[in-house]
Write a new protein. Sequence first.
Length: 143
Amino acid sequence: MKSINKFIRSVSSKPMVIVILLFSSQLLLANEKEGSMEDSIAEVVSWIALIVAPILGIIAFLMVHILPEKIAEKKNHPQAQAIKTLCLLSLVFGGLLWPLAWLWAYSKPVFYKMAYGTDKGDYHEETLKEFKERKNNDEPETL
């Protein structure tokens, strides 16, 4: 009797699995109605994935690329303008120069202090006219 029950169970379980799989696909197709809640949720998620996510990714990419520039300005780095230029070039080259700008922003220029007496930057950009006036006032006239 036990062997017959095992045989019936083993034979009957395989067709039952096939029947369940066949009917489950029909049940899934029966849920396809116009304007169902799942469709509207999927549509919102797809719009977010297609429009909002790339915009946020671009903004994050740009914010990360201006970090060395902000660090250099905060530390009064004397070569902050050059670091800013390197950050812009890094955007053109797909971020390959960004680690160099990051390292440069945190480094202290060695020879700048020897040449100019300070390691702090002065962001005042004087015009050529101002430079000539200052040069003429500093130097005594020679004949």
